[in-house]
Design a protein around this ligand. Sequence first.
Ligand SMILES: *Cc1c(COP(=O)(O)O)cnc(C)c1O
Length: 416
Amino acid sequence: MNTSSPSLQQIRTLDQSDPLAAKRDEFVLPSNTIYLNGNSLGPLTRGAQRRGHEVIEQQWGKDLIASWNQHAWIDLPFTSAQKIAPLLGADASQLVCCDSVSINLLKLLSTCLQLQRPRTIILSQEDNFPTDLYVAQGLQSMLGPGLCQLKTVAADELIGALDENIAVLFLTEVNFRNGDRHDIQQLTALAQNKGILVIWDLSHSTGVLPLHLDDWAVDFAVGCGYKYLNGGPGAPAFIYANKRHHERIEQPIQGWMGHKDPFAFDPSYKKGLGVAQFLTGTPAIVSLAILDSALDVFSDIEITTIYGKATALSELFLGLIKDADVLQELKLESSADPSLRGAQLAFSHSDAYGICRALNEAGVVVDFRSPDIIRFGFSPLFLRFEDIWLATQMLMKTLEDKTYLAEKYSRKLKVT
Ligand SMILES: *Cc1c(COP(=O)(O)O)cnc(C)c1O
């Protein structure tokens, strides 16, 4: 989008030649809604909808406990993870789906501290996603400063802070607020040169950005099931543990599902092989089955195609608004260089909350991030280029008419 903005006609030709255009039909989408929030809660797929009915009505409803074997419920943490493996550039033997990102981070941070003794420092970024920092702070309180200290620095101070005292570098690839993206390969190599292990949080990356965890020799990673993977609200997360660590992993949230033989009912814990020991209690089968089916939409497409479209969508968005007068008020907080950002755009505005509410009411679903950010997420499997045109039209109209100043938008809802 270099010179003049493209016309709606030109934009429709982009949809006609889009290799992912047919994927939209695999989603259940409400009418009159442009959903720029697939980065927060991915929409329902038709496959997941059918599977939800099947797992509740047939499997749980009729087959009951026999389903653990008959419908292979017991294997779902691994069979679902196999479908994520190609998106991560990872051999599937290093992946398991379980629990939430937060819980999995506790397991991985503890594992790393144990592997790295006598090093005690967790190095992270001061504006990492809050739950990531909270988990590290909780571990520090529990273990005490003699065993665990969280150190946080600004993004541009990370490289300078890598030294031989650091046990683990703990980062999120894509910043949830402004979309800034780290270079995983470079930071992993720099950290490992100092004997530091890395944990990457891939919550805003998985399913949209190309990843090569095995080639990059990443130690550990986690990611979210309900964002670009469309696994449904509270879907299980995943853990990646590079196989070179499998022999030595020890995680503290030991439960029977991580025991090497859960049905031996052994009174003492003996860890399962490899990533199996990251399981703790009984998996949330309904959620896991839904995630498993949602992942099928990725089975016949390349992540590079998905990423290419995500970039084209966000560049189109910027191209369509760049000349509008009202946009003087909006400040782009994301990098203008698409290779330096994730699949989102963030803008700041002093009335960001009201603008988000007004847009949502007009059918353009975006989200607000405190204190003043409007976030647009570009999940490419169901968005059309034409949707971007409609969304930018609505954004410009909202700013022009100042509908966002209405009293009803001033009070914050519980979930923003
Ligand atoms: C969405 C997100 C999470 C979510 O954590 P849960 O424990 O699964 O709720 C964690 N970290 C990051 C970076 C996220 O974007």
